[in-house]
Design a protein around this ligand. Structure first.
Ligand code: FEO
Length: 399
């Protein structure tokens, strides 16, 4: 069912309460998501902004038909052409072939690469306008690498100013409510941060540049309408400020300890290190996660949120564990800045795990606090005291 946003704009997307994984299995979406599509009726032209994911294409087109005679859609604006937004385009354009598809040149290349169709593409650049009649227009703002090369935003100068921001400012957060002021704030912001950390995190310099550019335009802004999650209606500039904060080497006073364990020795080390940190610096929040048992993207969000990461693994086959290897690869991809790291782990004989973890944490851009700590076999009281000491020293280096 379409939902009214303003007198002339309706939400015509799809709320996906069932979605639990996104990007294949790369990203968990524990609170579902939505694929937001917007129907903007100008005085002279009606524009559809983005579509929905392929599995919902027929449902989307059928519901859209209940909202409008499709032949009255003058243009489709594709702000970003990943499948979750472009997936229903084939089904839609089968009904209204020849309708202009406004997108960046890179967007056209992606659409052609995905769907192999010779649609009526209209390439747009920053500053290009689509006249909607009545003195109103949609202005396009290219936003490359937020988070794909084709991404653009669209600014509508009616209704007090509306920024359609596609993935920017989004959250994988299913809600029957349309607006940020109608949902539990803490869970919404948790999802917004998880979304930023996992999707936009690798592109922080581009985020900073683009957000500052938009702020400098001094545009009136009544709403920010992303392509996932709720619309920013109450204080929309708050998420803009938050993006500037998150994109600037963000860190709360938190240490995240992520470990894997085979026979509990590395877990015992992790807990002892945590005690040490807390005893030396009670103001630091310390969180522990077993990488093999917890949601990897929630762990990544905690790492993003932290000033330091301690990574622990037993030595296995001259290396470290599968769960830690996977997590470390994901951490590397986030290109985190100005974070400290350390490593720890138990071992039986060869014991290379900690050294390798240190080397790979450094390669991932972390500042190593030290050479890490390793304990042979099962830690006894003396070894656990050593780990507590390690935690205290590590905390001292963060002061
Ligand atoms: Fe929501 Fe990059 O697609």
């Amino acid at each position: 069912m379409a939902k009214k946003i303003t007198d002339n704009i309706s939400w015509v997307g799809k709320v996906d309460w069932e979605l639990k994984m996104f990007h294949g299995n790369e990203l968990s979406t524990r609170r579902g998501s939505s694929y937001n599509s917007y129907l903007l009726r100008g005085a002279a032209k009606t524009v559809l902004i983005d579509t929905v994911w392929g599995p919902y294409d027929k449902e989307f087109v059928s519901r859209l038909k209940q909202e409008i005679d499709l032949s009255r859609i003058d243009a489709v604006v594709m702000q970003h052409n990943e499948c979750d937004h472009s997936g229903a385009l084939t089904e839609l354009l089968r009904e209204i072939p020849g309708t202009p598809v406004y997108c960046t040149a890179k967007g056209e290349a992606i659409l052609r690469g995905h769907y192999h169709q010779d649609w009526n593409f209209v390439n747009v650049k920053t500053g290009d306008r689509l006249d909607l009649g009545g003195g109103e227009s949609l202005t396009f703002i290219e936003a490359p690498m937020l988070h794909w090369p084709d991404t653009m935003f669209s600014y509508y100068d009616g209704c007090g100013g509306i920024l359609f921001s596609n993935d920017g400012f989004g959250q994988h957060y299913a809600s029957e409510s349309l607006f940020n002021d109608e949902v539990p704030q803490a869970e919404m912001m948790r999802e917004a941060e998880k979304y930023f950390a996992n999707i936009l995190g690798p592109f922080c310099p581009m985020v900073t540049r683009k957000v500052k550019e938009i702020v400098a335009m001094n545009l009136p802004l009544a709403l920010i309408c992303p392509s996932h999650g709720v619309i920013w209606r109450r204080d929309p500039s708050s998420i803009v400020d938050k993006y500037l904060e998150w994109a600037d080497a963000y860190a709360e006073n938190q240490v995240t300890i992520v470990y894997d364990t085979m026979w509990n020795s590395t877990r015992l080390m992790a807990e002892a290190i945590a005690r040490g940190i807390r005893s030396a610096a009670p103001d630091i929040t310390v969180k522990l996660f077993n990488a093999a048992k917890f949601d990897k993207n929630n762990i990544l969000t905690e790492v993003f949120h932290s000033r330091a990461l301690l990574l622990g693994s037993p030595t296995i086959n001259n290396g470290y564990s599968y769960a830690i290897a996977g997590l470390l690869e994901m951490v590397r991809g986030l290109k985190l800045k100005k974070k400290t790291a350390g490593a720890f782990g138990s071992y039986g004989w060869s014991g290379e795990g900690v050294k390798l973890l240190c080397a790979h944490l450094a390669e991932a851009g972390f500042a190593l606090a030290d050479e890490g700590i390793r304990i042979q076999w099962v830690p006894d009281e003396a070894a656990l005291a050593q780990c507590e000491d390690y935690g205290r020293t590590f905390a001292g280096k963060l002061q």
